[in-house]
Design a protein around this ligand. Structure first.
Ligand code: C2E
Ligand code: CA
Ligand code: CA
Length: 407
């Protein structure tokens, strides 16, 4: 539901805010603050009228009260999602923050771009901060992945077999920095697929299809070769106290393959990379079919000097039991908690307790999903070791990393 070009050519750059709130006073207050901040603003008490105006007036930002008689805010959000509304959404309400958080999460899962939550009563500064955020965020970010969801045929195993045979996979790297001083601590390799017709496809659209097939081992091999070859060419000190590390994602099921462990070690030797500089990040450890064998293989990797990280910690896939049972050296706090930390007290508590847990078990902790200065400032005093996220750097190609970090 983009604004038509006709509309935008007639208008100045003034952003439009449309508010729906059954409490007229609240709606008017919000409207007034927005106007003072230089926005065009309109307010209505009627959800149906609101939905009509979304089509007619084409606002850049909408503010929705969660609790209204007739149609409630959750239904309005669902309706916006159905209409593929792509602009910024602010949720307002007087209900408790747990309910607000849940509504925000469900709206995000619907593919809406939720800029934030405005609990009532709000101050002018609260409103200003949220409106500003609408201006800077990349709106395409939380929009549902177009590949696969579009009319194009779904990705299947044969397409992936061809892609592997034709070497269409490539890597981007995302830096990880020391929370304390911002210096480079490591680089995580993230795979992408350069599809000849569809352009770049992200792993969220194909890893699941590969999982459980014999092709996963082949992808892992290709990724490792590309990453180790690139990493070994970097100009970084190998024997410093704090060496720059290479993180590789690996599906837990791959590690059931005994040959793979041998292959990993051989590859490192071939590329002259010290295993002590490589971290394997494991997700979905609960999906291991042969826990005993996996434990043995993971232990062997640790004995060879590799580091092991439990990825997405705090989500259903990485549990406390796995953490204690398997020989991990690092915990990665799932990005969902970090990203929602500014709005959610619960999320902040989860992050704090995971960092504490890591410290008490003698593990390094990394927080991912750092999207703001706020997140960095929140994490630093907690004693979290490493930070990673768009605020520090998005994943970028290897040459860009070398230039930016002078390595
Ligand atoms: P992950 O290992 O949790 O990687 C982090 C994901 O979060 C990456 O998505 C990264 O681009 C994204 N990200 C990083 N910082 C931020 C941030 O501040 N905000 C937000 N919203 N997102 C951020 P990507 O590259 O799409 O990868 C998705 C997942 O695919 C990875 O999640 C990982 O589980 C899997 N994956 C990627 N490469 C490989 C691979 O070579 N092998 C395997 N088995 N899995 C891989
Ligand atoms: Ca990872
Ligand atoms: Ca993760």
């Amino acid at each position: 539901m983009q604004r038509s070009s006709q509309h935008s050519s007639q208008q100045s750059d003034t952003q439009r805010l449309l508010i729906v709130d059954d409490d007229e006073l609240v709606g008017r207050t919000l409207e007034l603050i927005a106007k003072r901040e230089g926005y065009e603003a309109r307010v209505t008490c009627d959800p149906d009228r609101f939905l009509d105006l979304v089509g007619e007036w084409q606002p850049d930002i909408v503010a929705i009260d969660l609790v209204m008689p007739g149609m409630d805010g959750v239904q309005v959000l669902a309706e916006l999602a159905k209409r593929e509304f792509r602009q910024c959404v602010i949720i307002t309400s007087g209900v408790g923050h747990r309910v607000l958080d849940a509504a925000g999460r469900s709206a995000r899962e619907h593919g809406l771009h939720i800029a934030g939550i405005l609990p009532k009563p709000f101050t002018r500064d609260d409103v200003r901060a949220l409106l500003n955020r609408c201006g800077v965020d990349d709106k395409t970010e939380t929009v549902a992945e177009p590949v696969g969801a579009s009319a194009e045929p779904a990705i299947d195993i044969e397409m992936l077999r061809d892609a592997l045979a034709n070497r269409q996979f490539f890597l981007e790297y995302q830096p990880k920095v020391h929370c304390a001083d911002g210096s480079l601590a490591g680089l995580e390799a993230l795979v992408r697929w350069r599809h000849p017709e569809r352009g770049v496809i992200y792993p969220g659209s194909f890893i699941e299809v590969l999982e459980d097939t014999e092709l996963m081992g082949e992808l892992t091999s290709q990724v490792m070769d590309m990453a180790l070859a690139w990493f070994s060419g970097l100009n970084i000190s190998r024997d410093s106290e704090r060496p720059v590390m290479l993180s590789l994602n690996i599906s837990a099921r791959c590690l059931e393959d005994e040959v793979l462990v041998e292959r990993i070690a051989r590859r490192c030797r071939r590329h002259k990379v010290d295993p002590g500089q490589v971290i394997f990040e494991l997700t979905e450890t609960s999906a291991m079919r042969h826990p005993v064998r996996s434990l043995e293989l993971l232990t062997r990797l640790r004995v060879m000097g590799f580091q092991l990280s439990i990825d997405d910690f705090g989500t259903g896939f990485s549990s406390m039991l796995q953490l204690v049972r398997l020989p991990f050296s690092e915990i990665k706090v799932d990005k969902s908690f970090v990203m929602s930390g500014e709005q959610s007290e619960e999320s902040r508590k989860v992050v704090r307790s995971i960092v504490e847990l890591g410290k008490s078990l003698g593990l390094r902790t990394t927080a991912e999903g750092i999207e703001s200065q706020w997140a960095l400032d929140f994490l630093r005093p907690l004693g979290c070791d490493f930070c990673q996220g768009y605020f520090i750097s998005r994943p970028v190609d290897g040459d860009t990393i070398r230039e930016r970090w002078n390595i």
